[in-house]
Design a protein around this ligand. Sequence first.
Ligand code: 1GP
Length: 250
Amino acid sequence: MFAGMGRVLEQLEDAKSSGRKLLAVLIDPDFGTDEAALEHTVQNACMAKADLLFVGGSLLTTTRFDRCVKRVKELSDRPVVLFPGSPAQLSGHADAVLFLSLISGRNPELLIGHHVTAAPTIKALGLEAIPTGYLLVDGGGPTTVSYVSQTLPIPHDKPGIAAATALAGELLGLRTMYLDTGSGAQHTVHPSMITAVRKAVNVPLIVGGGIRDAATARALCAAGADVLVVGTAFEQDPELIFALSEAVHG
Ligand code: 1GP
């Protein structure tokens, strides 16, 4: 779908305007230390025509982040986009980086601090930075991201808070919104919250956390998600990617 790579943000915007839904496969760099599993996941992602490969995680325990991104890029013909949990997760082997502001939280380091640290490196590496409002939503229990970020998620049944937060992010100039219940969450973002945010903003909506089956993927796309991100479910069952890709692409 993304042959002849252009800027990733433009590709997201084009897909949104034409109503094409996208699937992003999230690769946890720690999982990526298992070379055979990494290779299998990336090959499946390409065969299943997943649209994007995200690499990143809220807690990094491997020292081989750059090598993982390089390997993903070598193995795939999809755009590789960093989803960094910290300024340490940057690599010139990627095509773009989600330049994340955790706008559901009130931790200044995640609203501007890490950005100051990362900006010179992003420029030096020549990475496309995609200004992204990150909204952490309660998915049924504490997640690594809520603990590591030291922020409170938006309650799952408060779509109005999510909509107002996303609108503020759009007014501040952010170009995509990422609604996430966190990796391995019990529940996905509720479709009614996605619809409320969809009505509030025009930017592409990325939705992730706890997506494990095709019916859920279809419901989240129907509610207004433009990009679905799936990580944990593919680590547990690499073949699931084929059914989810079909559900997203219709
Ligand atoms: C996490 O949205 C991603 O930030 C993906 O979540 O690992 O639960 O698919 P899962």
